[in-house]
Design a protein around this ligand. Structure first.
Ligand code: LFC
Ligand code: MG
Length: 449
Protein backbone atom coordinates (compact mmCIF):
# COMPACT_ATOMS: atom_id res chain seq x y z
CA UNK A 1 0.00 0.00 0.00
CA UNK A 2 1.14 3.53 -0.73
CA UNK A 3 2.73 5.55 2.05
CA UNK A 4 4.15 9.02 2.63
CA UNK A 5 2.70 12.13 4.23
CA UNK A 6 1.79 14.98 1.90
CA UNK A 7 4.19 17.75 2.88
CA UNK A 8 3.53 20.22 0.06
CA UNK A 9 1.02 20.93 -2.70
CA UNK A 10 2.05 23.13 -5.58
CA UNK A 11 -0.05 23.93 -8.61
CA UNK A 12 1.17 25.36 -11.90
CA UNK A 13 -0.61 27.27 -14.64
CA UNK A 14 0.85 25.61 -17.75
CA UNK A 15 -0.28 26.80 -21.18
CA UNK A 16 0.60 25.88 -24.74
CA UNK A 17 -0.13 28.39 -27.51
CA UNK A 18 -2.07 25.94 -29.70
CA UNK A 19 -4.46 28.66 -30.88
CA UNK A 20 -1.68 30.02 -33.09
CA UNK A 21 -2.09 27.01 -35.41
CA UNK A 22 -5.86 26.65 -34.98
CA UNK A 23 -5.30 23.31 -33.24
CA UNK A 24 -8.09 22.34 -30.90
CA UNK A 25 -10.53 24.87 -32.38
CA UNK A 26 -14.23 24.20 -32.77
CA UNK A 27 -17.50 26.05 -33.32
CA UNK A 28 -17.56 27.38 -29.76
CA UNK A 29 -13.92 27.36 -28.68
CA UNK A 30 -12.37 29.29 -31.50
CA UNK A 31 -8.95 30.03 -30.00
CA UNK A 32 -8.04 27.40 -27.41
CA UNK A 33 -4.59 27.38 -25.88
CA UNK A 34 -4.38 23.84 -24.57
CA UNK A 35 -3.51 24.26 -20.90
CA UNK A 36 -3.43 22.52 -17.58
CA UNK A 37 -3.64 23.19 -13.91
CA UNK A 38 -0.82 20.88 -12.95
CA UNK A 39 -0.71 19.68 -9.35
CA UNK A 40 2.36 18.29 -7.63
CA UNK A 41 2.05 16.62 -4.24
CA UNK A 42 5.32 16.20 -2.40
CA UNK A 43 5.61 13.65 0.37
CA UNK A 44 8.01 12.82 3.16
CA UNK A 45 8.38 9.24 1.85
CA UNK A 46 11.98 8.06 1.83
CA UNK A 47 11.75 7.22 -1.90
CA UNK A 48 11.04 10.91 -2.66
CA UNK A 49 7.63 9.95 -4.00
CA UNK A 50 5.57 12.70 -5.63
CA UNK A 51 2.01 12.70 -6.95
CA UNK A 52 1.23 14.46 -10.22
CA UNK A 53 -2.28 15.46 -11.20
CA UNK A 54 -3.63 17.38 -14.12
CA UNK A 55 -6.82 18.99 -15.25
CA UNK A 56 -7.38 20.29 -18.76
CA UNK A 57 -8.28 23.92 -19.51
CA UNK A 58 -8.24 26.21 -22.56
CA UNK A 59 -5.92 29.06 -21.55
CA UNK A 60 -7.56 32.00 -19.77
CA UNK A 61 -9.32 30.63 -16.71
CA UNK A 62 -6.53 28.26 -15.79
CA UNK A 63 -5.62 30.75 -13.07
CA UNK A 64 -9.14 30.30 -11.66
CA UNK A 65 -8.71 26.51 -11.49
CA UNK A 66 -5.31 27.04 -9.85
CA UNK A 67 -7.07 29.14 -7.18
CA UNK A 68 -9.63 26.36 -6.62
CA UNK A 69 -6.87 23.76 -6.23
CA UNK A 70 -5.25 25.96 -3.59
CA UNK A 71 -8.60 26.28 -1.83
CA UNK A 72 -8.79 22.48 -1.66
CA UNK A 73 -5.22 22.09 -0.41
CA UNK A 74 -6.06 21.93 3.33
CA UNK A 75 -7.93 18.67 2.62
CA UNK A 76 -4.70 17.04 1.41
CA UNK A 77 -1.85 18.64 3.30
CA UNK A 78 -0.33 16.60 6.10
CA UNK A 79 -2.45 13.60 5.20
CA UNK A 80 -0.90 10.19 4.76
CA UNK A 81 -1.34 8.94 1.19
CA UNK A 82 -2.07 5.49 2.62
CA UNK A 83 -5.01 6.94 4.56
CA UNK A 84 -6.24 8.81 1.48
CA UNK A 85 -6.33 5.80 -0.82
CA UNK A 86 -7.32 3.48 2.05
CA UNK A 87 -10.58 5.42 2.28
CA UNK A 88 -10.76 6.87 -1.23
CA UNK A 89 -14.52 7.21 -1.12
CA UNK A 90 -14.21 9.23 2.07
CA UNK A 91 -11.50 11.42 0.57
CA UNK A 92 -13.53 11.98 -2.62
CA UNK A 93 -16.53 12.90 -0.48
CA UNK A 94 -14.44 15.24 1.67
CA UNK A 95 -13.08 17.10 -1.38
CA UNK A 96 -16.44 17.39 -3.11
CA UNK A 97 -18.46 18.17 0.02
CA UNK A 98 -16.40 20.93 1.65
CA UNK A 99 -19.12 22.77 3.54
CA UNK A 100 -18.19 26.14 2.04
CA UNK A 101 -16.64 25.31 -1.32
CA UNK A 102 -19.52 23.08 -2.37
CA UNK A 103 -21.63 26.21 -2.71
CA UNK A 104 -19.61 27.15 -5.79
CA UNK A 105 -19.84 23.59 -7.18
CA UNK A 106 -20.88 21.19 -6.10
CA UNK A 107 -19.31 18.48 -8.23
CA UNK A 108 -19.37 20.77 -11.23
CA UNK A 109 -17.42 23.58 -12.84
CA UNK A 110 -14.12 24.93 -11.61
CA UNK A 111 -14.10 23.27 -8.19
CA UNK A 112 -14.78 19.87 -9.74
CA UNK A 113 -11.99 20.32 -12.29
CA UNK A 114 -9.74 21.21 -9.36
CA UNK A 115 -10.88 18.19 -7.36
CA UNK A 116 -10.14 15.97 -10.37
CA UNK A 117 -6.54 17.20 -10.49
CA UNK A 118 -6.04 16.64 -6.76
CA UNK A 119 -7.61 13.17 -6.87
CA UNK A 120 -5.44 12.18 -9.85
CA UNK A 121 -2.39 13.36 -7.93
CA UNK A 122 -3.32 10.82 -5.25
CA UNK A 123 -3.99 7.94 -7.70
CA UNK A 124 -0.66 8.38 -9.45
CA UNK A 125 1.63 7.54 -6.47
CA UNK A 126 -0.57 4.61 -5.49
CA UNK A 127 0.04 2.99 -8.87
CA UNK A 128 3.68 4.03 -8.77
CA UNK A 129 4.43 2.50 -5.38
CA UNK A 130 2.64 -0.70 -6.41
CA UNK A 131 4.97 -0.75 -9.43
CA UNK A 132 2.06 -0.89 -11.91
CA UNK A 133 0.55 1.35 -14.56
CA UNK A 134 -2.78 2.60 -13.24
CA UNK A 135 -4.86 0.40 -15.59
CA UNK A 136 -3.15 -2.70 -14.18
CA UNK A 137 -3.62 -1.51 -10.60
CA UNK A 138 -7.36 -1.27 -11.33
CA UNK A 139 -7.53 -4.55 -13.23
CA UNK A 140 -5.77 -6.45 -10.39
CA UNK A 141 -7.82 -4.85 -7.62
CA UNK A 142 -10.45 -7.00 -5.95
CA UNK A 143 -14.00 -5.78 -6.69
CA UNK A 144 -14.68 -4.78 -3.10
CA UNK A 145 -11.64 -2.51 -2.89
CA UNK A 146 -12.38 -1.04 -6.30
CA UNK A 147 -15.95 -0.07 -5.48
CA UNK A 148 -14.79 1.33 -2.14
CA UNK A 149 -13.18 4.14 -4.18
CA UNK A 150 -16.54 5.20 -5.63
CA UNK A 151 -19.01 7.61 -4.11
CA UNK A 152 -22.43 6.12 -4.87
CA UNK A 153 -24.31 9.11 -3.49
CA UNK A 154 -27.05 10.18 -5.94
CA UNK A 155 -26.81 7.04 -8.09
CA UNK A 156 -28.00 4.23 -5.80
CA UNK A 157 -31.38 4.34 -7.55
CA UNK A 158 -29.68 2.91 -10.65
CA UNK A 159 -26.49 1.28 -9.36
CA UNK A 160 -25.76 0.00 -5.87
CA UNK A 161 -22.40 -0.97 -4.47
CA UNK A 162 -23.45 -4.65 -4.52
CA UNK A 163 -24.49 -4.45 -8.18
CA UNK A 164 -21.20 -2.79 -9.08
CA UNK A 165 -19.32 -5.59 -7.31
CA UNK A 166 -21.38 -8.17 -9.15
CA UNK A 167 -20.58 -6.58 -12.53
CA UNK A 168 -16.88 -6.74 -11.69
CA UNK A 169 -17.11 -10.33 -10.46
CA UNK A 170 -18.89 -11.48 -13.60
CA UNK A 171 -16.30 -9.91 -15.84
CA UNK A 172 -13.51 -11.98 -14.27
CA UNK A 173 -14.26 -14.56 -16.96
CA UNK A 174 -11.92 -14.12 -19.92
CA UNK A 175 -9.98 -11.32 -18.24
CA UNK A 176 -6.58 -12.91 -18.77
CA UNK A 177 -7.25 -13.36 -22.50
CA UNK A 178 -8.47 -9.79 -22.82
CA UNK A 179 -5.21 -8.57 -21.33
CA UNK A 180 -2.86 -10.83 -23.21
CA UNK A 181 -4.55 -11.61 -26.51
CA UNK A 182 -6.26 -8.27 -27.02
CA UNK A 183 -4.72 -5.32 -25.21
CA UNK A 184 -1.05 -6.32 -25.04
CA UNK A 185 -1.12 -7.71 -28.58
CA UNK A 186 -3.35 -5.26 -30.47
CA UNK A 187 -4.14 -2.38 -28.15
CA UNK A 188 -7.36 -0.38 -27.93
CA UNK A 189 -8.85 1.01 -31.18
CA UNK A 190 -8.73 4.77 -31.63
CA UNK A 191 -10.06 7.46 -33.96
CA UNK A 192 -8.32 10.67 -34.85
CA UNK A 193 -9.53 14.23 -34.27
CA UNK A 194 -6.25 15.82 -35.26
CA UNK A 195 -6.98 16.46 -38.95
CA UNK A 196 -10.09 18.57 -38.93
CA UNK A 197 -10.18 21.29 -36.32
CA UNK A 198 -12.46 24.10 -37.34
CA UNK A 199 -9.65 26.63 -37.64
CA UNK A 200 -7.73 24.47 -40.09
CA UNK A 201 -7.82 25.75 -43.67
CA UNK A 202 -8.78 23.19 -46.33
CA UNK A 203 -5.15 22.71 -47.41
CA UNK A 204 -4.13 21.77 -43.84
CA UNK A 205 -7.10 19.50 -43.52
CA UNK A 206 -6.15 17.69 -46.74
CA UNK A 207 -2.52 17.35 -45.77
CA UNK A 208 -3.25 16.06 -42.26
CA UNK A 209 -5.90 13.70 -43.55
CA UNK A 210 -3.60 12.16 -46.12
CA UNK A 211 -0.87 11.74 -43.48
CA UNK A 212 -3.39 10.08 -41.16
CA UNK A 213 -4.44 7.69 -43.92
CA UNK A 214 -0.81 6.73 -44.43
CA UNK A 215 -0.56 6.11 -40.66
CA UNK A 216 -3.41 3.54 -40.84
CA UNK A 217 -6.19 5.68 -39.35
CA UNK A 218 -9.64 4.48 -40.39
CA UNK A 219 -11.89 6.68 -38.24
CA UNK A 220 -11.99 10.46 -38.44
CA UNK A 221 -13.85 13.21 -36.60
CA UNK A 222 -14.57 16.61 -38.11
CA UNK A 223 -15.63 19.82 -36.42
CA UNK A 224 -18.89 21.33 -37.66
CA UNK A 225 -21.51 23.81 -36.58
CA UNK A 226 -20.35 27.32 -37.41
CA UNK A 227 -21.39 27.56 -41.06
CA UNK A 228 -23.41 24.97 -42.95
CA UNK A 229 -21.84 25.62 -46.36
CA UNK A 230 -18.36 25.27 -44.85
CA UNK A 231 -19.42 22.05 -43.15
CA UNK A 232 -20.71 20.59 -46.42
CA UNK A 233 -17.50 21.51 -48.22
CA UNK A 234 -15.22 20.14 -45.49
CA UNK A 235 -17.20 16.93 -45.02
CA UNK A 236 -17.19 16.37 -48.79
CA UNK A 237 -13.46 16.92 -48.84
CA UNK A 238 -12.79 14.42 -46.05
CA UNK A 239 -15.27 11.90 -47.39
CA UNK A 240 -13.60 12.05 -50.82
CA UNK A 241 -10.26 11.35 -49.18
CA UNK A 242 -11.29 8.57 -46.79
CA UNK A 243 -13.84 6.88 -49.03
CA UNK A 244 -17.15 5.25 -48.07
CA UNK A 245 -15.71 2.42 -45.96
CA UNK A 246 -13.94 4.50 -43.35
CA UNK A 247 -15.83 6.07 -40.48
CA UNK A 248 -16.68 9.76 -40.08
CA UNK A 249 -17.95 11.47 -36.93
CA UNK A 250 -19.07 15.09 -36.47
CA UNK A 251 -18.68 17.37 -33.47
CA UNK A 252 -20.63 20.62 -32.99
CA UNK A 253 -19.46 21.46 -29.46
CA UNK A 254 -22.90 22.63 -28.24
CA UNK A 255 -23.46 25.11 -31.02
CA UNK A 256 -27.12 24.47 -31.81
CA UNK A 257 -30.59 24.71 -30.36
CA UNK A 258 -32.51 21.46 -30.45
CA UNK A 259 -34.56 22.00 -33.67
CA UNK A 260 -31.55 23.60 -35.36
CA UNK A 261 -29.41 20.56 -34.49
CA UNK A 262 -31.86 18.19 -36.13
CA UNK A 263 -32.20 20.38 -39.21
CA UNK A 264 -28.44 20.98 -39.61
CA UNK A 265 -27.38 17.36 -39.10
CA UNK A 266 -30.10 16.18 -41.47
CA UNK A 267 -28.45 18.34 -44.12
CA UNK A 268 -25.13 16.60 -43.39
CA UNK A 269 -26.65 13.11 -43.31
CA UNK A 270 -25.45 12.35 -46.85
CA UNK A 271 -21.92 12.06 -45.39
CA UNK A 272 -23.16 9.24 -43.18
CA UNK A 273 -21.65 10.27 -39.86
CA UNK A 274 -21.62 7.58 -37.20
CA UNK A 275 -22.40 10.20 -34.62
CA UNK A 276 -23.07 13.85 -34.05
CA UNK A 277 -21.31 15.03 -30.92
CA UNK A 278 -22.57 17.63 -28.43
CA UNK A 279 -25.32 18.93 -30.70
CA UNK A 280 -26.67 21.20 -27.95
CA UNK A 281 -26.16 22.22 -24.31
CA UNK A 282 -24.70 19.34 -22.28
CA UNK A 283 -27.13 20.23 -19.48
CA UNK A 284 -30.11 19.58 -21.73
CA UNK A 285 -30.80 15.90 -21.19
CA UNK A 286 -34.26 15.97 -22.71
CA UNK A 287 -32.99 18.07 -25.62
CA UNK A 288 -30.42 15.38 -26.38
CA UNK A 289 -33.12 12.76 -26.12
CA UNK A 290 -35.15 14.68 -28.71
CA UNK A 291 -32.16 14.98 -31.06
CA UNK A 292 -31.35 11.28 -30.60
CA UNK A 293 -34.92 10.30 -31.44
CA UNK A 294 -35.06 12.54 -34.50
CA UNK A 295 -31.73 11.37 -35.92
CA UNK A 296 -32.11 7.65 -35.21
CA UNK A 297 -34.01 6.98 -38.48
CA UNK A 298 -31.05 8.50 -40.37
CA UNK A 299 -28.68 6.05 -38.64
CA UNK A 300 -26.89 8.88 -36.80
CA UNK A 301 -26.26 8.51 -33.07
CA UNK A 302 -25.69 11.22 -30.48
CA UNK A 303 -22.38 11.31 -28.58
CA UNK A 304 -21.92 13.43 -25.49
CA UNK A 305 -19.94 13.68 -22.29
CA UNK A 306 -16.88 15.91 -22.44
CA UNK A 307 -18.70 18.72 -20.62
CA UNK A 308 -21.07 16.61 -18.54
CA UNK A 309 -20.36 17.67 -15.01
CA UNK A 310 -20.78 14.50 -13.05
CA UNK A 311 -22.22 10.99 -12.69
CA UNK A 312 -25.72 12.39 -12.08
CA UNK A 313 -25.87 13.90 -15.56
CA UNK A 314 -24.72 10.59 -17.05
CA UNK A 315 -27.32 8.74 -15.01
CA UNK A 316 -30.02 10.91 -16.53
CA UNK A 317 -28.64 10.73 -20.07
CA UNK A 318 -28.64 6.94 -19.80
CA UNK A 319 -32.10 6.77 -18.25
CA UNK A 320 -33.52 9.06 -20.92
CA UNK A 321 -31.71 7.17 -23.72
CA UNK A 322 -30.52 10.61 -24.72
CA UNK A 323 -27.20 9.39 -26.05
CA UNK A 324 -25.87 6.50 -28.02
CA UNK A 325 -22.13 6.96 -27.45
CA UNK A 326 -20.97 7.89 -23.97
CA UNK A 327 -17.91 10.11 -23.71
CA UNK A 328 -16.26 10.13 -20.31
CA UNK A 329 -13.54 12.65 -19.62
CA UNK A 330 -10.83 11.93 -17.05
CA UNK A 331 -10.66 15.53 -15.79
CA UNK A 332 -14.23 16.79 -16.17
CA UNK A 333 -15.47 14.02 -13.89
CA UNK A 334 -13.92 13.59 -10.46
CA UNK A 335 -10.87 11.66 -11.66
CA UNK A 336 -10.70 7.85 -11.67
CA UNK A 337 -13.18 7.56 -8.80
CA UNK A 338 -16.13 9.13 -10.59
CA UNK A 339 -15.18 7.73 -13.99
CA UNK A 340 -15.40 4.24 -12.50
CA UNK A 341 -18.98 4.89 -11.45
CA UNK A 342 -19.94 6.02 -14.97
CA UNK A 343 -18.26 3.03 -16.62
CA UNK A 344 -20.17 0.71 -14.30
CA UNK A 345 -23.47 2.54 -14.88
CA UNK A 346 -22.99 2.25 -18.65
CA UNK A 347 -22.51 -1.49 -18.17
CA UNK A 348 -25.60 -1.75 -16.00
CA UNK A 349 -27.70 0.10 -18.59
CA UNK A 350 -26.33 -1.95 -21.47
CA UNK A 351 -29.30 -4.30 -21.43
CA UNK A 352 -31.79 -1.46 -21.93
CA UNK A 353 -30.95 -0.79 -25.57
CA UNK A 354 -29.76 -2.95 -28.45
CA UNK A 355 -26.71 -0.76 -29.04
CA UNK A 356 -25.49 -0.96 -25.39
CA UNK A 357 -24.19 2.61 -24.84
CA UNK A 358 -20.58 2.16 -26.03
CA UNK A 359 -18.15 4.25 -24.00
CA UNK A 360 -15.95 6.23 -26.42
CA UNK A 361 -13.98 8.66 -24.20
CA UNK A 362 -13.15 12.26 -24.94
CA UNK A 363 -9.48 13.14 -25.35
CA UNK A 364 -9.21 16.41 -27.22
CA UNK A 365 -6.86 18.31 -24.93
CA UNK A 366 -3.43 18.26 -23.34
CA UNK A 367 -2.75 15.21 -21.22
CA UNK A 368 -6.15 13.64 -21.71
CA UNK A 369 -4.81 10.86 -23.94
CA UNK A 370 -2.18 10.06 -21.30
CA UNK A 371 -4.83 9.76 -18.59
CA UNK A 372 -7.82 8.21 -20.31
CA UNK A 373 -5.87 5.39 -21.90
CA UNK A 374 -5.72 3.79 -18.43
CA UNK A 375 -9.48 3.98 -18.04
CA UNK A 376 -10.28 2.42 -21.42
CA UNK A 377 -7.89 -0.47 -20.81
CA UNK A 378 -9.56 -1.10 -17.48
CA UNK A 379 -13.03 -0.74 -19.00
CA UNK A 380 -12.36 -3.28 -21.73
CA UNK A 381 -10.60 -5.80 -19.47
CA UNK A 382 -12.71 -5.55 -16.32
CA UNK A 383 -16.09 -4.10 -17.24
CA UNK A 384 -17.35 -4.03 -20.81
CA UNK A 385 -15.32 -6.71 -22.66
CA UNK A 386 -16.84 -5.02 -25.68
CA UNK A 387 -15.07 -4.89 -29.03
CA UNK A 388 -17.16 -2.14 -30.59
CA UNK A 389 -15.69 0.80 -28.75
CA UNK A 390 -13.10 3.32 -29.73
CA UNK A 391 -11.26 6.12 -28.08
CA UNK A 392 -10.41 9.55 -29.41
CA UNK A 393 -6.82 10.51 -30.19
CA UNK A 394 -5.28 13.92 -30.78
CA UNK A 395 -1.71 14.21 -31.87
CA UNK A 396 -0.75 17.22 -29.80
CA UNK A 397 1.73 17.94 -27.01
CA UNK A 398 2.60 14.37 -25.99
CA UNK A 399 6.25 15.30 -26.08
CA UNK A 400 5.79 17.26 -22.85
CA UNK A 401 4.99 14.14 -20.84
CA UNK A 402 7.51 11.86 -19.20
CA UNK A 403 5.57 8.78 -20.31
CA UNK A 404 3.68 9.76 -23.47
CA UNK A 405 0.99 7.58 -25.09
CA UNK A 406 2.06 5.00 -27.59
CA UNK A 407 -0.09 4.58 -30.70
CA UNK A 408 0.45 1.63 -33.00
CA UNK A 409 -1.68 0.95 -36.09
CA UNK A 410 -4.27 3.49 -34.91
CA UNK A 411 -4.59 1.81 -31.50
CA UNK A 412 -3.54 2.78 -27.99
CA UNK A 413 -0.94 0.35 -26.68
CA UNK A 414 -1.18 -0.34 -22.92
CA UNK A 415 1.20 1.88 -20.96
CA UNK A 416 3.93 -0.09 -19.21
CA UNK A 417 5.41 2.50 -16.86
CA UNK A 418 4.26 2.48 -13.26
CA UNK A 419 1.91 5.34 -12.38
CA UNK A 420 -0.86 7.31 -14.10
CA UNK A 421 1.21 8.92 -16.92
CA UNK A 422 0.41 12.34 -15.43
CA UNK A 423 3.95 13.57 -14.92
CA UNK A 424 5.07 16.38 -17.21
CA UNK A 425 8.68 17.07 -18.08
CA UNK A 426 10.13 19.60 -15.69
CA UNK A 427 11.56 21.70 -18.48
CA UNK A 428 8.22 21.79 -20.34
CA UNK A 429 6.47 23.04 -17.22
CA UNK A 430 9.12 25.65 -16.65
CA UNK A 431 9.05 26.94 -20.23
CA UNK A 432 5.26 27.00 -20.55
CA UNK A 433 4.32 28.37 -17.16
CA UNK A 434 1.98 31.34 -17.61
CA UNK A 435 2.90 34.18 -17.72
CA UNK A 436 6.54 33.88 -16.60
CA UNK A 437 7.72 30.87 -18.64
CA UNK A 438 10.09 31.67 -21.47
CA UNK A 439 7.55 30.75 -24.18
CA UNK A 440 4.94 33.14 -22.83
CA UNK A 441 7.37 35.90 -22.00
CA UNK A 442 8.36 35.96 -25.66
CA UNK A 443 4.81 35.76 -26.96
CA UNK A 444 3.47 38.39 -24.61
CA UNK A 445 6.31 40.75 -25.46
CA UNK A 446 5.67 40.22 -29.19
CA UNK A 447 2.00 41.02 -28.60
CA UNK A 448 2.99 44.22 -26.80
CA UNK A 449 1.76 43.03 -23.35
C1 LFC B 1 -11.63 22.82 -27.35
C2 LFC B 1 -11.34 21.39 -27.55
O1 LFC B 1 -10.27 21.23 -28.47
C3 LFC B 1 -12.55 20.62 -28.08
O2 LFC B 1 -12.85 21.08 -29.35
C4 LFC B 1 -12.25 19.14 -28.11
O3 LFC B 1 -12.03 18.69 -26.82
C5 LFC B 1 -13.34 18.36 -28.81
O4 LFC B 1 -14.61 18.65 -28.43
C6 LFC B 1 -13.12 16.89 -28.94
O5 LFC B 1 -14.09 16.17 -28.98
O6 LFC B 1 -11.96 16.50 -29.01
MG1 MG C 1 -15.96 17.00 -28.69
Amino acid sequence: MVHGRVSRLSVHDVRFPTSLGGHGSDAMHTDPDYSAAYVVLETDAEDGLKGYGITFTLGRGTEVVVCAVNALAPHVLNKDLGDIVGDFRGFYRQLTSDGQLRWIGAEKGVVHLAAAAVLSAAWAPWAKQEGKPLWKLLVDMDPQTLVSCIDFRYITDVLTEEEACEILRQSQVGKKERVEEQMLAHGYPAYTMSCAWLGHPDATLKQLCSEALKDSWTRFKVKVGANLQDDIRRCQLIKNMIGPEKTLMMDANQRWDVPEAVEWVTKLAEFKPLWTEEPTSPDDILGHAAVSKALAPLGIGVAIGEQCHNRVIFKQLLEAKALKFLQIDSCRLGSVNENLSVLLMAKKFEIRVPWGFPVCPHLGGVGLCELVQHLIMFDFISVSASQDRMCEYVDHLHEHFKHPVLIREASYMPPKDAGYSTEMKEDSVKRHRYPDGEVWKKLLTAQGN
